[in-house]
Design a protein around this ligand. Structure first.
Ligand code: NZQ
Ligand code: ZN
Length: 388
């Protein structure tokens, strides 16, 4: 196992009928800005309920944060916070609202363009540059990204999507009420199942380092998602099933399963370019890229693929190679069983899209991806050809 630090200060407030507790979670004298998305939280009445829970506190709202949030939107929110001297932010929505809020709370404490903060986002925004962030909490309405309990965000700028990390952007608290996800469109639930699954494989399907706890946590998340994936799509108001989905999404990307083990993330980084170029949902890009990537990288990942085959899919027959192939096929079948197509052509993309994605990756410096840094542009090309 590799050396690691594990740090996660986010307070999780899980379960139904807990909105009133916002009154104790949010500082009494805070001037609060509620950030939200395109309006789902207004239409469902959630914003009203939250405002009520906040009692007499001064509350302002900043809506219109779009999926795959843009730098420009963050800049507008930062200007609002600086003008109005807001001192606590409450993000209400899915990963996009929470991610945007993370850049916003850093940008609001930086005396310069928000773009500087985004550009300094990897490996992490230096505290010498941004020493503090405006504190914020979240009310999460979409189980997928894990953004409710991690220190990362993904922001769209120009023709790319760029990660930004900082330990200052762990939410102070995240309220995870599965009933708030009942209004999700079916498509977003499918995306959430796939995102959760692929966050787990990015940290599990690499090479063995005897991280037994991490492996078994990861296998538990994968098995749970396989068990409940279709059910949570087909029975959106089944509380217990959705509760498991919500908690799995959080645990899949809160540093726990990735501590001390190698991580891949190439599926995500290639997927981000597909979203930036063709506006495909994040979850869809992962369903396209992962099976193709596992096929191309089978030899390097063989030991973990066999472990995945045996422990997650209970495939006990055949050679190592056959087990790996069968597990990859099962993975694709799982995504397809949710009603999510796993080929580029299903989204009207052909060979020409491959060169565009490879070019974008090169322009963004993404030329050595994966746990060994050996997914070069040529390897990406091969992966995308497999994904056609
Ligand atoms: O904007 P509104 O009107 O709220 O509608 C949203 C949006 O259209 C809707 N929605 C959310 N909750 C709802 C709801 N509709 C009805 N009822 C509800 N309860 O769902 C749509 C999609 O929302 P979005 O926040 O974009 O989805 P998601 O949570 O999947 O977030 C995707 C973003 O997260 C990034 C992705 O790249 C993408 O930009 N990621 C962030 C990560 C992180 N911070 O750690 C890791 C991920 O790998 C991912 O890259
Ligand atoms: Zn993801």
């Amino acid at each position: 196992m590799f050396n690691f630090d594990f740090y996660n200060p986010t307070h999780i407030v899980f379960g139904k009928d807990r909105l009133a507790e916002l009154d104790t979670l949010v500082p009494k004298d805070a001037k609060i800005l509620i950030t939200y998305g395109g309006g789902s939280a207004v239409r469902s009445g959630l914003i009203d309920r939250i405002t009520k829970s906040l009692g007499n506190r001064k509350v302002e709202q900043f809506g219109g944060i779009e999926p795959n949030p843009s730098l420009e939107t963050c800049e507008r929110a930062v200007a609002f916070i600086k003008d109005h001297d807001m001192d606590f932010i409450l993000a209400v929505g899915g990963g996009s609202v929470v991610d945007a809020t993370k850049l916003i709370v850093l940008g609001a404490k930086y005396d310069g363009p928000v773009l500087d903060v985004l550009k300094a986002g990897v490996p992490a925004v230096p505290t010498s540059m941004v020493p503090e962030a405006v504190p914020f909490g979240t009310v999460m309405t979409l189980p997928a990204t894990g953004s409710e309990m991690n220190n990362g965000a993904v922001i769209t700028y120009g023709d790319g999507k760029f990660p930004v990390f900082s330990d200052l952007v762990f939410p102070k608290f995240s309220m995870l009420d599965p009933t708030l996800t009942f209004t999700l469109p079916e498509k977003q639930v499918k995306n959430g199942v796939i995102d959760t699954f692929v966050h787990t494989t990015e940290q599990y399907l690499t090479y063995p380092v005897d991280g037994r706890i991490q492996d078994r946590f990861a296998e538990g998340i994968l098995q749970t998602m396989i068990e409940i994936g279709r059910q949570t799509v087909e029975e959106p108001e089944n509380y217990d099933v959705r509760a498991n989905h919500v908690w799995a999404s959080t645990l899949a990307l809160n540093s726990l399963i990735g501590a001390g083990v190698p991580q891949d993330w190439a599926t995500h980084l290639i997927g981000h370019e597909l979203t930036a170029a063709y506006h495909l949902d994040h979850g869809i890009t992962l369903a396209i890229v992962l099976p193709a990537l596992l096929t191309v990288k089978k030899a390097d990942k063989l030991d973990k693929l066999v472990q995945y085959a045996e422990r997650v899919w209970h495939i006990d027959e055949g050679s190592k190679d056959e087990k790996a192939d069968a597990a990859i096929a099962k993975t694709r079948e799982f995504f397809e069983s949710l009603g999510v197509s796993t080929h580029l052509k299903d989204y009207d993309l052909d060979e020409t899209s491959i060169e565009r994605i490879v070019k974008q990756l090169e322009e963004h410096g993404m030329v050595a991806l994966g746990e060994h840094g050996d997914i070069t542009p040529d390897v990406t090309r091969e992966i995308l050809k497999r994904a056609l």
